[in-house]
Design a protein around this ligand. Structure first.
Ligand code: NDP
Length: 386
């Protein structure tokens, strides 16, 4: 029996890597649904190649274009939030959540509410609604498999061990393109420099997050929700080579690590085939050629995003939603050259200080706090940009 899959965010970096793996094993996978925000051409192309039954474009004004590109195929074209939820909770039993940002939260929740297996790349969804999502998964029997390479590594290292046998999780971080930069040097960096990650090829938003190290901050919150450990049992370790993707330290002093080349197709394949394994075209590690691996403590002065995220996690309530929304606005503003690189974390810190929102009780509350924070963050951007 072929596994029925849906890919939310099929035209992005993670989405394309997922399609690449599926294209290599068509006998194992059947594509039910694919989605994109605005990239009609790439969505229609992927739907034609895979024979997907449903293709969803978020922007309804682009539906006529999608329909015309899919004319003569068996793919149904649809648009808007309801269609996105249908793609997530329809006939697929395995759903890749690879939309970027909090925009992916509602479709991810639709898949979780429908009890699907969710391969979760969209970390912002878990950061903003972690407790609600984990509770919903327990209630519906949905399985959440981590795609983020660090969390996938931890998931593999944990295996069948119980949480009370774990002393801490060690999230590794490459340190991004500005690992060796001074604070002054970082003030002048351009979007082009920030998106040029030394080890990974990724979408623009997560690349900037890696450069500020907010990505590791979001991953800290993500790890807390996925694995149920408190902030003081999740450490961050800079490991520039990105060979060890993360580690688990057990109470007896054993440390297990997962290693592999920096290719997202490895963790994606782990979730696609789970609980089996499948072949990938990723380059196999040659440790003798690598010779040495390096480790260092993160520098929280040059990378204040780490402390901001840890603070938001420890504060709880609405803080992580505000951290994420302000960061999304700030990163988009940096990419649009409206603010400087160092303004990103400055702005997130200010948004957190101004936050008075209560803890969310439902996904609608999360979306409302996200909306209000974006307005506040837009104001902060306008002041910086003036
Ligand atoms: P990309 O920017 O490359 O792709 C994003 C995808 O989401 C595209 O298909 C895009 O469609 C779609 N999209 C964007 N905005 C919206 C929206 N408002 N509504 C619906 N769909 C939308 O992102 P990545 O693939 O790099 O990252 C995806 C997620 O995975 C992020 O949360 C990221 O943090 C996480 N992740 C990514 C990794 C990577 O290697 N790239 C590694 C680990 C985690 P369109 O093309 O039409 O704009």
């Amino acid at each position: 029996m072929r596994r029925k899959v849906a890919i939310l965010g099929a035209t992005g970096s993670v989405g394309k890597s997922t399609l690449d793996l599926i294209g290599r094993s068509p006998e194992r996978f059947e594509v039910c649904a694919l989605t994109a925000a605005v990239n009609v051409e790439a969505l229609a192309d992927a739907a034609r190649k895979t024979g997907a039954r449903l293709a969803v474009i978020s922007d309804p004004s682009l539906l006529p274009q999608l329909e015309s590109r899919l004319a003569g195929t068996h793919t149904r074209a649809a648009a808007g939030p309801d269609a996105l939820a249908e793609a997530a909770a329809g006939e697929a039993d395995w759903v890749m959540a690879a939309i970027v940002g909090c925009a992916g939260l509602e479709p991810v929740m639709a898949a979780v509410e429908a009890g699907r297996t969710v391969a979760l790349a969209n970390k912002e969804a878990l950061v903003t609604a972690g407790a609600l999502m984990i509770d919903a998964a327990k209630r519906t029997g949905a399985t959440i498999l981590p795609v983020d390479s660090e969390h996938n590594a931890i998931f593999q290292c944990l295996g069948a061990n119980r949480l009370d046998q774990v002393s801490r999780l060690i999230l590794t971080a490459s340190g991004g393109p500005f690992r060796g930069f001074s604070l002054d040097g970082m003030r002048a960096v351009t979007p082009e420099q920030a998106v040029a990650h030394p080890n990974w090829s990724m979408g623009a938003k997560i690349s900037v997050d890696s450069a500020t190290m907010m990505n590791k901050g979001l991953e800290l919150i993500e790890a807390h929700h996925l694995f149920g450990l408190p902030s003081d049992r999740i450490d961050i370790l800079v490991h520039a080579e990105s060979v060890i993707h993360s580690m688990v330290e057990f109470i007896d002093g054993s440390v297990l690590a997962q290693l592999g080349s920096a290719d997202m197709r490895i963790p994606i394949a782990h979730t696609l085939a789970y609980p089996e394994r499948m072949e990938t075209p990723a380059v196999k590690l040659d440790l003798a050629k690598l010779g040495t691996l390096s480790f260092e403590a993160p520098d929280s002065t040059r990378f204040p995003a780490l402390a901001l995220a840890r603070h938001a996690l420890e504060q709880g309530g609405s803080a992580a939603i505000v951290l994420n929304a302000a960061n999304e606005v700030a990163v988009a503003s940096f990419l649009a050259r409206r603010i400087g690189f160092s303004d990103i974390t400055q702005l997130v810190g200010e948004a957190l200080e101004r936050n008075r929102a209560a803890a969310p009780q439902a996904i609608a509350d999360v979306m409302e706090i996200d909306r209000v924070t974006r307005i506040m963050a837009d104001d902060l951007v306008a002041k910086v940009a003036a």
